[in-house]
Design a binder for this molecule. Structure first.
Ligand code: GLU
Length: 442
């Protein structure tokens, strides 16, 4: 198994504003809804902060014989509805606050999708681009050694996230099983299909976005076959979103990716529509698309945030957090009707206010990209039963879950005349608050 070819893009559009704090943004989003729901003080206090946090050192002997100490995190935001669930990110700019924000978003994500799991997230400050496979394996094993007693199938179930892959999950599982002395495939999700993974997991996040988009377009009376989209990113999420959207008859005019060599983002534009396979063929193991080859294939390649400025119906930020901000939101063309958030936290609350005033529907990340964790939930169920489903069965169940989640949110938004993201937050936060109350925590 190739580790690096599976890496999700990790360096797309790093936060531009110095001082941007994802956790503050997550708390700001929470406070806004807590006010609307009239949540009592103890419930607010409980939900606006993580239940538990772990921060630890991971000492590694590097390939050149030197020792290096990496910093690892796991944040368990809330487990009132079930074991914590959420990925592990490898990122050079990882911070405790980013992990806190992402853990909180996982709680809302599992709740809005109505799966019996809570929210967690992990991370290691490191850059896999500069690490060998052996060094990455040691970081994975070192991470587990620090946290083994506090994770597990009934406590907290990790998964892949930015720059981690199925191979990383297997190293983590293997180390955990060595420590615990038994087979626990339900410890972790996003495993390769050959070793306890679920069919459909690789496609799940991107396909989930498109299942929701399909329903939203129907509601908006827009024919999918006549609709156009521009995507930020060309990692796992963007790739499978584009694939299914094109299969349904839509046109993707542009994708973007971080260029490892030039240290900046490029957009790849083709008015008659991109071809996912042809771009995959010229993408290197770090996720960078070859500019010269792309130009030969008829793509217009431009540096910067051009993906956001195209005349399309739908924008899909599917890279990292903090992509659409007050600084670039006004570059979005008036014809854009939908912003579908594939990444976690790509639109700042201020930018969302502006989009809302312009009548753009923003489908929030924790609803739009919940297909990944829903399929992770299916993987956990299969792993715990040691009985595996067909791809059709998995994707059929995923479609049902995503469609149900979307309509619960959409109906509330229509009934109360509120924005989609507020409706999604209200459903998710109410469900978690209710579980905390039922348990007698608040
Ligand atoms: N990392 C993915 C997310 O942010 C998946 C998490 C999971 O499957 O547990 O949704």
């Amino acid at each position: 198994m190739q580790v690096k070819s599976e890496l999700k893009q990790g360096k797309v559009n790093p936060s531009k504003e110095a001082g941007f704090n994802a956790f503050k943004m997550a708390q700001q989003q929470f406070d806004r809804i807590a006010d609307k729901l009239n949540l009592d003080e103890p419930t607010r206090e409980l939900l606006r902060n993580p239940l538990r946090e772990y921060s630890f050192a991971i000492p590694i002997r590097m390939d050149d014989g030197t020792m290096k100490v990496f910093r690892g995190f796991r944040v368990q935001h809330n487990d009132a509805r079930g074991p914590c669930k959420g990925g592990i990110r490898f990122h050079p700019q990882e911070t405790a606050d980013t992990v806190r924000a992402l853990a909180m978003w996982m709680t809302w994500k599992c709740a809005v999708a109505d799966i019996p799991l809570g929210g967690g997230k992990g991370g290691v400050i490191c850059d896999p681009h500069n690490l060998s496979e052996r060094e990455q394996e040691k970081i994975c094993r070192g991470w587990v050694r620090q946290i083994a007693r506090d994770i597990g199938p009934t406590r907290d179930v990790p998964a892949p996230d930015v720059m981690t892959s199925g191979q990383h999950m297997l190293w983590i599982m293997d180390e955990y099983q060595t420590i615990m002395g038994g087979q626990y495939p339900g410890l972790i999700t996003g495993k390769p299909v050959e070793l306890g993974g679920s069919r459909g997991r690789t496609e799940a996040t991107g396909y989930g976005l498109v299942y929701i988009l399909r329903e939203l377009l129907k509601e908006q009376k827009i024919e999918i076959t006549k609709s156009t989209a521009s995507l930020q990113g060309f990692g796992n999420v963007a790739h499978y979103t584009a694939e299914l959207f094109i299969e349904y008859g839509g046109t993707v005019v542009s994708v973007s990716c971080w260029d490892q060599n030039d240290n900046c983002t490029y957009s790849y534009y083709k008015q008659k529509g991109i071809d996912v396979k042809e771009l995959v063929n010229i993408t290197d193991r770090f996720g960078t698309i070859d500019k010269k080859q792309a130009e030969k294939l008829g793509y217009k390649v431009t540096p910067g945030d051009d993906w956001l400025t195209h005349e399309v119906d739908i924008l899909i930020p599917a890279a990292l957090e903090h992509s659409i901000t007050v600084e670039n939101v006004n570059d979005i063309k008036p014809c854009v009707k939908i912003v579908l958030c594939g990444a976690n936290g790509p639109v700042t609350p201020e930018a969302e206010d502006i989009l809302d005033k312009k009548g753009v529907i923003v489908v929030p990340d924790f609803l739009a990209n919940s297909g990944g964790v829903v399929c992770s939930y299916f993987e956990q169920v299969q792993s715990n039963q040691n009985y595996y489903w067909t791809k059709e069965e998995v994707l059929g169940k995923l479609d049902n879950k995503m469609t149900d989640a979307f309509f619960k949110v959409w109906e509330l938004a229509k009934r109360k005349k509120i924005r989609v993201s507020d409706a999604a937050y209200m459903i998710a936060i109410s469900r978690v608050a209710e579980a905390c109350k039922m348990r007698g925590w608040v």
